[in-house]
Design a protein around this ligand. Structure first.
Ligand code: CP
Ligand code: NVA
Length: 323
């Protein structure tokens, strides 16, 4: 955490893990996201990031995260600069810490999508500017900010809900555990043996859960997990960077699919979420993703408002709800 160059007063914060956001801060961020959503939708000219330049350093493809963050910066009055890894000297051996120090001299914040989590850690350490993790191999925290907004919009509450994630214990699952624990929702991860979420993150989530009253569990039986679910959530079986394991994963994840049968075990008013991109016929069926219970398009749209609230929090240190 450090003071910003512009005013020397507000606190700038990196968000590398969902665990970097405290409970009270997250509720303020959600309130801010709701207000920013209504302001952006009504076409209001916002100046929250006026004069700010935000770099988007992406080492992996992205449709939603890149576009929602770029759009959010523009809607809030700032200027985004997209930097594909392939066009940076990083690919020719320049160190992350050297890149970070240079970019920190130009930019007000960096949104980074990286192969290895350590890269966002180094960017934050060396740039001197807030760094937002736009997906690493370990976490996808901003995804869960907008997902929690979506759940809140639909269910009007989050605390005490049963969120059941079916599939790979990957970056999205890791951030989901921390997010659910933070807001006091119960999280069950149903995954094949050997594909559990990160052990340190599970421990961290359980520690947070002790304080918020949420129940965190990991099981290997999707049918058992789906019973009484308020939210059924899934993600791809093969994440970016794991393409060489495709064949092995296709076998391992058979049965870990959100389909009508699994959905019928959940509560009658259960909703289905997917961070997208989706692979119909693998982790989710076409029938379910196109069904009335699927909220994936609202979930995807909310990435814009989640991004806006995250940027306001990281760059302006906004903890209070903006009037
Ligand atoms: N959900 C998500 O992060 O999508 P993208 O990979 O398209 O950014
Ligand atoms: N787990 C997926 C998420 C994509 C948004 C991946 O890392 O590819």
């Amino acid at each position: 955490m450090h003071r910003c160059d512009a005013c020397g007063a507000c606190l700038m914060r990196s968000i590398l893990s969902f665990g970097d956001i405290k409970r009270g801060e997250f509720h303020a961020m959600l309130d801010n996201a709701k207000q920013l959503k209504s302001a952006i939708k009504s076409g209001r000219h916002l100046r929250i990031l006026e004069g700010r330049v935000v770099g988007l350093l992406f080492e992996k493809p992205s449709t939603r995260t890149r576009t929602s963050f770029e759009t959010a910066v523009i809607r809030l009055g700032g200027s985004p600069i997209y930097m594909a890894e392939s066009e940076l000297q990083l690919t020719r051996g320049e160190l992350v810490k050297d890149t970070a120090r240079v970019l920190g001299g130009y930019l007000d914040a960096i949104v980074a999508r990286v192969h290895t989590h350590d890269t966002v850690v180094q960017l934050a350490e060396w740039s001197g500017k807030p760094v937002i993790n736009g997906l690493s191999d370990l976490e996808h925290p901003t995804q869960l900010v907008s997902d929690m907004l979506t759940i809140y919009e639909i269910k009007k509450r989050i605390k005490g809900l049963n969120i059941v994630y079916v599939g790979d214990g990957d970056n999205v699952a890791n951030s989901l555990l921390l997010a659910a624990a933070t807001v006091g929702a119960n999280a069950t991860i149903a995954c094949p043996r050997g594909y559990e979420p990160n052990a340190d993150i599970m421990l961290k989530a359980m520690k947070i859960a002790d304080k918020t009253g949420s129940v965190i569990s990991v099981i290997n039986n999707p049918e058992k997990a789906a019973v009484d679910a308020d939210v059924l959530y899934t993600d791809v079986w093969v994440s970016m960077g794991e393409e060489s394991e495709r064949k092995k994963r296709m076998n391992a994840f058979k049965g870990f699919q959100i389909n009508s049968k699994l959905l019928s075990l959940a509560k009658k008013d259960a909703v289905v979420m997917h961070c997208l991109p989706a692979h119909r016929g693998l982790e989710i069926t076409d029938e379910v993703i196109e069904s009335k219970q699927s909220i994936v398009w609202q979930q995807a749209e909310n990435k814009l408002y989640g991004a806006a609230a995250v940027l306001d929090f990281a760059i302006n240190g906004k903890l209070k709800v903006r009037q």
